[in-house]
Every structure is written in structure tokens, then in C-alpha cells.
Ligand binder design. Structure first.
Ligand SMILES: NC(=O)c1ccc[n+]([C@@H]2O[C@H](COP(=O)([O-])OP(=O)(O)OC[C@H]3O[C@@H](n4cnc5c(N)ncnc54)[C@H](OP(=O)(O)O)[C@@H]3O)[C@@H](O)[C@H]2O)c1
Length: 343
């Protein structure tokens, strides 16, 4: 089967940072599905692994986590899916990735692909959708509830930094459509600001300017939740300052310097880490919740409640196009998601 892989971790500019290879097609056992991969998206984690993790015990390392495809084999213990089913998922960082024509995945972290969108459009959502869902509902514990038309009457405000990126673009939609919170996103350019507004944010502020005065000027309810999605080390002090007492601060990125949790004490703020690979990597008793939430997300897409966050389709899945995607992501200016489809 075709795959895109590397032998030596390093910068994307290295000639062999990603290469086209032929690998043996795997076989499904246990609760695994063998999926024929039709489309993928690229996430910042792909670039971080490629830059830092060498292959272990195999000549090539295949990365890529988001996938949309069709089940071609189901392991003997599989009971959620059968050959022919169209599926979407974000896989596990502990296993070979989805940048391969055929891919093994545990069915407990797989959902049905939405029927109303094509493979490339769907591929934008699984990894960021799981992250945003788990942060909002499982880590913050925000209750689902009717959206508020008038944000000044909301019970609290969610501030999302980096709201135009992959995770922000789905988090803003989930918070706006499925909760009663007022939703404020940050974006620094006219096009990303317009995108965050289109996705449903009640207000957009600029993360290249001081955040506190901009939030205060909105006249919204107190900031009860902050999702610090990127460049946390740059915004941390301001986010702690603008959070209401007993508020919740959520992190998903890799701060370049340690953040000082002592700053959270005075207002009794709580810190919530989201790590979307934690359930599959540690095989937690509730790992199948990712199957449940991906099915729920597919329903929301098919109902027109949530839209895909795809921005660009970079073409077929090969080393040259994946290199372009990695370089764009490393620029930290991607709006929505980059996808690739076909081989
Ligand atoms: N823990 C987990 O489970 C998990 C899951 C997914 C992602 N992540 C991590 O979360 C981070 C974000 O992921 P992502 O996919 O959303 O990233 P992304 O799509 O690459 O984010 C790009 C966005 O970041 C914004 N941005 C750039 N500089 C910024 C700054 N200084 N302050 C605030 N925003 C800034 C840009 O907005 P403008 O162009 O408007 O400036 C751009 O739209 C990454 O580090 C990723 O690895 C973690």
C-alpha cells in the first residue's frame, strides 16, 4: 500500500522530511478495523511528532491522525462497524498514523462519517472536534443548554484564544449552538476575525492587542471559562487577570515556558488540561465515549447545526502535498483546517 513516512525526525525543509513509500497492508484483529483511508486532515501534532520523534523498531514512521474512509475488514471482536461502513476518527498517537492507504484503528474511537458532506469536508473535524467537545463538556463540565440570542443575558462567558484555528473553529460552534454561554473569540487579521464571527461568536477581539480592556469593553457577563488554545505563555497572565473568581482555565497546547499555577490561587481559579489522545493511549474505561461523541458530531453536521471547518484542500495524499500542509501549519496562521484527499 502507499504511505507517506519518514526515517529521521527533523525540520520540514529537510529533503526527506516526508517521503512516499510502499508498506505492507496490515490485517485487522481484536476490535480493530482496517480502514481504506480516503481523506485526511493535518494537525499541529503531526508537525510536532515529525519534528521530534524518530521511528522506533521500524524503518519508517507514519504519522497523521485524522481520517475519513471505508471499513474493509473488521476484527473478530468488532461489533460497532462492518465492512463497507463509511467512518471518521482521529486515531491514537501510540499507533502508526493515517497517512497510509490502509489503516488499523480501534473501533471504540471511530464514528460514522456524516452523510451530508464529502470525504475531504468531513476530514477537517474529528481530531479538533474531539478536543473541543472533551474540553467543553468533559473537562469544563459546561451543561448543554439552549443558546442565547442576547449574550448580555448569558450565565457566563467563554473566551477562546486562537479561535480561527482548527480547534477554535469547532469549539466556537459547539459552545454557541449547544450551550447558553456568551462566546468571545480572538483573531488578529480581518479574514480570521470575519471567519470567527461567521462561525457564531457573539464577539471577536484581537489577540495582538491587550485582551483585558477589549473584554471589558464588550459589556458581557463575567468570563467564567477561558479556552487558551495556542501561545498560552504569551496570554497566560492576562487570561488569569480577566477570569472571574472561581473561573475555569482550559489548556491544550505546549507552553514554551512553565506557567505559574500560583497565580490561580487568589481567585480560586481551576486549571483543566485537555488531551484528546489520553483516552486511547491509556485505554481508559470510558474510551468508547469518543465513538459516542463522533457519532453525535456526525448527527450535528447532518442536521446543519455544525459546519465543517475545512478551508483548503491541498490535493492528493502524498509527500509533496503533506509537506506543504506541515509548512503552512508551522506558520501558525492557518484559518480552519487543511485537508488532503485521494491517493
Ligand atoms: N491537547 C490536545 O488534545 C490538542 C488537540 C488539538 C490541538 N492541540 C494543540 O493546540 C494548539 C492549537 O491547535 P489548532 O489546531 O487550533 O492550531 P492552528 O489551527 O494551527 O491555529 C492557528 C491559529 O492560531 C492563531 N494564532 C496565531 N498566533 C496567535 C497568538 N499569538 N495568540 C493567539 N492566537 C494565535 C491564528 O489566528 P490569527 O491568524 O487570527 O492570528 C490561527 O488562526 C496546537 O499547539 C496543537 O498542537 C492540542
Amino acid at each position: 500500500m502507499k504511505a507517506v513516512a519518514y526515517q529521521q525526525a527533523g525540520p520540514i525543509s529537510a529533503p526527506e522530511s516526508l517521503i512516499d513509500v510502499e508498506l505492507p497492508r496490515p490485517q485487522a484483529g481484536g476490535r480493530d478495523l482496517l480502514v481504506e483511508v480516503r481523506a485526511v486532515s493535518v494537525n499541529p501534532v503531526d508537525t510536532k511528532v515529525r519534528a521530534s520523534a524518530n521511528p522506533e523498531g521500524t524503518p519508517y514512521k507514519v504519522i497523521g491522525y485524522d481520517a475519513v474512509g471505508v471499513v474493509v475488514e473488521a476484527g473478530p471482536a468488532a461489533r460497532l462497524f462492518k465492512p463497507g461502513d463509511a467512518v471518521w476518527y482521529a486515531g491514537s498517537i501510540a499507533r502508526p498514523g493515517t497517512n497510509s492507504q490502509f489503516h488499523l484503528v480501534d473501533e471504540r474511537i471511530v464514528g460514522r462519517k456524516p452523510t451530508s458532506v464529502d470525504d475531504a469536508t468531513a476530514a477537517a473535524l474529528p481530531l479538533t472536534g474531539i478536543t473541543a467537545w472533551e474540553l467543553l463538556f468533559d473537562r469544563f463540565g459546561v451543561p448543554e443548554g439552549a443558546p442565547v440570542a442576547d449574550p448580555s443575558r448569558a450565565k457566563g462567558t467563554l473566551l477562546v484564544t486562537g479561535a480561527a484555528g482548527g480547534v477554535g473553529s469547532i469549539l466556537v460552534q459547539l459552545a454557541r449552538r449547544l450551550t447558553g454561554l456568551a462566546v468571545v473569540g480572538t483573531a488578529s487579521r480581518p479574514e480570521t476575525q470575519a471567519w470567527v464571527k461567521q462561525l457564531g461568536a457573539h464577539a471577536v477581539i484581537d489577540h495582538s492587542q491587550p485582551l483585558g480592556p477589549q473584554v471589558a469593553a464588550l459589556g458581557l457577563p463575567p468570563v467564567t471559562h477561558v479556552a487558551s488554545l495556542t501561545q498560552t505563555e504569551q496570554h497566560y497572565a492576562a487570561l488569569v487577570e480577566l477570569l472571574a473568581p472561581q473561573g475555569k482555565l482550559g489548556l491544550i497546547d505546549d507552553p514554551k515556558e512553565p506557567v505559574d499555577i500560583r497565580l490561580l490561587k487568589r481567585k480560586a481559579l481551576s486549571l483543566h488540561w485537555e488531551m484528546m489522545f489520553a483516552r486511547p493511549v491509556f485505554d481508559t474505561p470510558d474510551v468508547e465515549q469518543q465513538h459516542v461523541l463522533l457519532d453525535r458530531l456526525a448527527d450535528l453536521v447532518d442536521a446543519g447545526t455544525i459546519r465543517s471547518t475545512v478551508q483548503r484542500n491541498l490535493g492528493t495524499i502524498n509527500a509533496a502535498n503533506l509537506k506543504q500542509a506541515h509548512a503552512l501549519i508551522e506558520s501558525h496562521r492557518v484559518q480552519g483546517k487543511l485537508v488532503l484527499a485521494g491517493w
